[in-house]
Design a protein. Structure first.
Length: 426
């Protein structure tokens, strides 16, 4: 079947938080954006099957505030006031609190479903053309001014000629593969079971991260007294826990967590996520750029993935809104150069936490506890842990200023000319 043709400024493949947010920003800034998503439109928050609670750093909140997307999330956000890091069976523990760090909160926890719902509304408000149940079929070699992509959806095939293609289709990106960009991939031999609980006692803004011989177990405070559990373990252990009756699973969790939060009750469905490290060897190709999990899929041990991805979005959006040609090689190279150190640093720190600490624990059971006692006593070390490991470093606002400024510039929104709207048959 012949494909219908359509020109656009930016074609974004993947409507996760990264693709969705970028599409909103670019459309508000006057770019002609098309967003292609292989799934259906994200459901209302209540109907979502994504059980994750995202721990967002101060920097991420700043980005969302500056872009005008924080207000709808604020009502569902729970501030993290303290973080308790401990080792199962060990004495050492690190406690960080917002007050001693000189901030009102160490981060905010927002349900993933609320972010999806907010983005669904924002995409409508920004007038983004969203193509659901649409997959990339073919990526052509880049021409001097555009890159053509053939996608297939419910209404047939479409050939987009975009000045820039953004690959935002997640860690297993078909777009990245079509561009021939290689990845470093490491399966952690661990999965995460994620679900909400309602402890009998108030969490009082405390987050808990417990390193166990199987993997880390995190409890994040959520609104309404709930907590989000991220329980990492080898796939076989996850198989067993997934198959347990809910009451038995809660009893086992209680053993791991102890009684400081009182009796734990399940408060929602369970979802399972396989864990791996994915690092793209490069962040751009001719008229194509990578953002979010396509560039870096991380272990969730330190809640870094979306925080890192939001910094990709801010860096990319700032450049694309100001560039005469959003796909120009210099624009893409500049974006890639600006992101490489942050990505390298966070991916390495996360991988160390995911593998290194467990390895230390395996070789010398008290090393981790000892390290924690040391961290607990030395404030600069605690700050380093807070900033590096937990991703709480605030992002300098100056890096973001370009984004909201461009959004308010009068007359930036370009109208599509007849040549660009023509839907002919190829
Ligand atoms: C258990 C767990 C807990 C986490 N907790 C945190 C946390 O607390 N804090 C934090 O910062 N990060 C956290 N993360 C990381 C966070 O989930 C990711 O960083 C984030 O989802 C990245 O968003 P993305 O839009 O790049 O990719 P994704 O969320 O993977 O979205 C990709 C989108 O592309 C679509 N797609 C895929 N293939 C195609 C295709 N061929 N064509 C069209 N569309 C396609 C998908 O349907 C999806 O909508 C966690 C991750 C896990 C697994």
């Amino acid at each position: 079947m012949a494909a219908r043709n359509r020109n656009c400024d930016v074609l974004i493949i993947g409507a996760g938080p990264v693709g969705g947010l970028l599409a909103c920003i670019l459309a508000r800034g006057g770019r002609d954006v098309v967003l292609a998503e292989r799934g259906a439109r994200r459901p209302a928050a209540e109907g979502s099957r994504d059980t994750r609670g995202y721990a967002l750093s101060a920097g991420s909140v700043t980005i969302l505030q500056d872009l005008g997307y924080w207000d709808p999330l604020a009502a569902h956000a729970e501030p993290i006031l303290e973080i308790h890091v401990s080792r199962r069976g060990g004495f050492g523990s690190v406690v960080m609190d917002a007050e001693s760090q000189g901030v009102t909160a160490l981060g905010q926890v927002v349900p993933a479903a609320r972010i999806d719902a907010m983005l669904a509304r924002a995409l409508d408000a920004a007038g983004v053309e969203v193509r659901e149940q649409t997959r990339i079929e073919r990526l052509e070699a880049a021409g001097p001014e555009r890159r053509e992509v053939v996608v297939t959806g419910p209404d047939g095939r479409h050939r987009f000629a975009a000045r820039l293609v953004v690959a935002a289709d997640g860690a297993h990106s078909a777009t990245r593969a079509a561009a021939g960009i290689e990845v470093l991939r490491r399966r952690y031999e661990a999965d995460a079971l994620v679900f909400d609980i309602l402890p009998a006692r108030q969490h009082r803004g405390r987050a808990f991260e417990r390193f166990t011989p199987e993997g880390p177990l995190a409890l994040l405070p959520q609104s309404g007294g709930r907590m989000n559990v991220v329980w990492v373990a080898p796939p076989e252990a996850c198989d067993v826990r997934e198959g347990l009756a809910e009451s038995d699973r809660m009893a086992e969790l209680q053993e791991f967590v102890g009684w400081r939060l009182g009796r734990l009750r399940a408060a929602g469905p369970l979802a399972r996520f396989p864990l791996e490290l994915v690092r793209a060897r490069r962040l751009h190709d001719a008229r194509l750029v990578l953002a979010g999990n396509v560039a870096h899929g991380l272990h969730p041990v330190a809640g870094q993935g979306l925080n890192l991805s939001l910094r990709d979005v801010a860096a990319l959006a700032g450049r694309l809104l100001h560039a005469a040609d959003p796909g120009a090689p210099g624009v893409l190279a500049d974006y890639a150069a600006s992101r490489s150190v942050d990505i390298e640093r966070i991916a390495a720190a996360t991988d160390f936490l995911a593998r290194g600490l467990l390895a230390i624990q395996g070789f010398a059971p008290h090393a981790l506890g000892g390290g924690m006692l040391l961290l607990d006593r030395i404030d600069p070390l605690r700050r380093l842990w807070a900033e590096q490991a937990m991703g709480l470093q605030p992002l300098p606002r100056r890096r973001l200023r370009s984004v909201p400024a461009a959004l308010t510039e009068p007359g930036v929104r370009r109208r599509r000319g007849p040549a660009e709207t023509g839907e002919g048959m190829a």
